[in-house]
Write a protein that binds this ligand. Structure first.
Ligand code: ATP
Ligand code: MG
Length: 398
């Protein structure tokens, strides 16, 4: 039996003149995602995207999973396709629906008829299709109020479709529809989640990672890039990661500044460097994985001290989340196991014993002025290199 995927997108992003633009974006992304799973015809009609296999070699399970990662798609129906006549619809209901009712007790049928020339109206279609379900599965009962399964029949322009209801899509907005964000990506749990969340809101995510070789290792960097690989799957299957060394900055801080302020000063350097990289690569915002009160540098006061160095808005999608919720999301997107691999981060080398949790900007500036801030920022930027990341791997460029 021929199957098809019917994808529904969120109406909010598809209003007015933007509709076509967003639809085109979704079609392009789906066509790219489809490649490993065979040849598909991917088209749109009546606010639905049709993903149709061109032959029997297509991997529908793979395609379904891939479509489930495209932001902007809210629901996916895997349906059987049949001719637009009742005989064929009823036959299809009898053949296609029973496996989906295993372990279920009640159902109802809902029909939609966008072709108004079809001889039966939707209530009549539902009634007949309901009869077909009952004859194929005598153990089932109809329950119109609270059914276990809603069987759907959709009579559209070129064919009719029968399916046991939608599965949830990835939601959000198509990646690329909401600007570019520069994600400060560490090897922790939070920042990959933050990147995912902004991609889900339609941002194209680019990343910056700070290392501190030899205090941080090649392995630590590899871990971060493997995290980027996972996040890239949600970001149009690619992500640029800029890598910047903070070794010199950290050594100078240790030599010249009061230990209590190391972390805050370091974070101001990170923000300043990221801010300049964002300007250079046309990013509209910085993104971090900070969560209010999680560590000393993430109190409202500490954030207030690090924020002013940025000229771009700083998005912190995890700011109001509990660690437990961030962990749950990181498990869901597949970054958790990598995030908990035990490697050092530049923030964890030279950590102060008594970090300031309620810092005073004036005092921080006194410490900061002991060093040539702009010069150190420029030096760090001069050594920056780029890594191109895809879900399959990564390649270091110069
Ligand atoms: P956790 O380690 O608890 O998962 P985290 O690494 O996100 O969280 P912090 O080390 O306090 O927590 O860093 C806060 C944020 O600063 C990170 O979410 C990330 O956005 C940014 N950041 C930290 N270290 C780096 C780094 N080495 N490179 C780039 N960004 C970093
Ligand atoms: Mg960390």
């Amino acid at each position: 039996m021929k199957e098809i995927l019917l994808l529904k997108y969120g109406e909010i992003v598809l209003k007015g003149a933007n509709k076509r633009y967003f639809e085109d974006m979704l079609l392009r992304q789906l066509r790219r995602k489809a490649k490993p799973y065979g040849e598909f015809d991917i088209s749109r009609s009546q606010s639905t995207i049709y993903v149709e296999p061109k032959n029997d070699l297509c991997d529908m399970d793979g395609m379904l999973a891939a479509a489930g990662k495209v932001f902007g798609i809210v629901a996916i129906c895997r349906a059987a396709v049949c001719e637009k006549n009742m005989e064929s619809i009823l036959e299809t209901v009898k053949a296609y629906i029973p496996p989906h009712l295993a372990g279920k007790k009640t159902f109802k049928v809902e029909s939609k008829r966008s072709d108004k020339n079809f001889p039966l109206d939707s209530i009549e279609i539902s009634r007949e299709a309901g009869g077909a379900v009952l004859s194929a599965c005598p153990h089932m009962r109809v329950d119109v109020h609270n059914p276990d399964v809603i069987v759907r029949v959709e009579v559209r322009d070129f064919a009719a479709y029968v399916h046991p209801g939608p599965v949830k899509g990835a939601g959000g907005m198509p990646v690329g529809s909401n600007g570019r964000g520069l994600l400060l990506l560490s090897g922790g749990i939070d920042s990959p989640v933050a990147g995912y969340m902004m991609a889900r809101r339609g941002m194209t995510v680019e990343a910056i990672h700070f290392e501190s070789f030899p205090y941080t290792s090649e392995m630590a960097r590899d871990k971060v890039l493997r995290l980027a690989q996972i996040v890239s799957e949600y970001n149009n299957d690619s992500m640029i990661v800029h890598v910047v060394s903070l070794t010199k900055v950290q050594e100078e801080l240790v030599k010249h500044c009061d230990e209590d302020y190391f972390t805050l000063l370091l974070r101001r350097y990170m923000m300043a460097i990221a801010d300049r990289v964002a300007s250079r690569f046309y990013c509209d915002a910085l993104v971090t994985g900070e969560s209010l009160g999680q560590v000393a540098s993430q109190t409202a006061e500490a954030i207030g001290v690090t924020d002013p160095v940025a000229t771009h808005p700083v998005f912190r999608p995890c700011i109001g989340m509990d660690k437990e919720d961030i962990v749950a999301l990181s498990r869901k997107i597949g970054t958790f196991e990598t995030s908990i691999e035990p490697f050092e981060d530049c923030c964890t080398v030279f950590t102060p014993r008594h970090p300031r949790t309620r810092p005073d900007l004036a005092k921080v500036l006194v410490q900061e002025q002991k060093l040539p801030f702009d010069q150190l920022v420029e030096e760090a930027l001069a050594g920056m290199y780029r890594v191109d990341v895809t879900p399959e791997g990564y390649e270091v460029r110069q």
